[in-house]
Design a protein around this ligand. Sequence first.
Ligand code: KG4
Ligand code: ZN
Length: 366
Amino acid sequence: MTQDVLTILGLESSCDDTAAAILRQTGDAPTEILASVVHGQNELHAAFGGVVPEIAARAHAEKLDICVEEALAESGVTLADIDAVAVTAGPGLIGGVMSGVMCAKGLSAGLGIPLVGVNHLAGHALTPRLTDQVAFPYLMLLVSGGHCQFLIARGAEDFTRLGGTIDDAPGEAFDKTARLLGLPQPGGPSVENAAKLGDPKRFAFPRPLMDRPGCDFSFSGLKTALLRARDALVAEKGGLTEQDRNDLCASFQAAVVDVMAKKTARAIVAYLEESPKEPLLAVAGGVAANKSIRAGLETVCDQHGLTFTAPPLALCTDNAAMIAYAGLERFKSGQQDGLTLVARPRWPLDKTAPALLGSGKKGAKA
Ligand code: KG4
Ligand code: ZN
């Protein structure tokens, strides 16, 4: 193997997806994803209304080896071809993070290759560089069932957090809305589909924190408003019609779209103070799949002269390709960890930003 070819294995196990991926970088060419395997755990947690940390950790411990074997088979490389192993070392549910870190340590020691610990959030935040070779500095909005924050990405380990949620993540709010209305999980797609047939103006739901300066979010009040509107309809008519459900979903989604667009506009103003040469907003996380949210963000980007980009959905949601890529960036800058690497439940990307409140059903949001 020539010196400028790097093949890296990535592992992810910080929440409810066990994943392994193999990436290859050859010189300055775009990094190739040779394999990306993800095993979800939805069915294991379905009965509990959220991720059960101990069940998740056990499932990760069982599935990590299988994921690695599948990734090797899919990529056609052997363990002997792997130059380094990258692993999510936090933030996340600690049992799961430990399972991944122990597996990676075993591979590193057994194969005699470097071990690189990766911040899960850095994995998400660097994905636009893997998929679109985006240049620093860019603005990132991370919105999923577990995350919600604006970041300015300046370097592989240099992030400034401009704001985030002080309570729930937006994906949680979509999931809760679906539960309250008897729609299937995950709630995001169910609510989005119902909203297409509804009237977004029928219910005047609050736009939380809109009057407060800055770009922090809050979603718990919106959930409560929806619950009250639902209960009022049930008390009045004895139940909900399909139209009521659609209107509730449309009005809820309209509130989320409005808040996200407004807060994004504020984050963009702060980001543009850096005078980036090629201003760009990237969005990632499961909630980025929502077409109305995307349209709202694209409009704001157009208004401010920013390019808008979103990685393909499979790389927006939790996966190990993003971890391998973030590991590759760290490794290339001369950094690696030894067998003393620790698993961290909390690990803010921006160590200077004040701590956010909130820890949702998917664990600490760092
Ligand atoms: O990134 P992800 O797969 O997992 C983590 O949260 O880590 O995001 C899943 C979340 C769920 O809460 C789901 O309801 C939400 O993303 N989601 C959506 C849509 N598709 C998925 N939310 C709004 N609209 C959607 N179309
Ligand atoms: Zn994630």
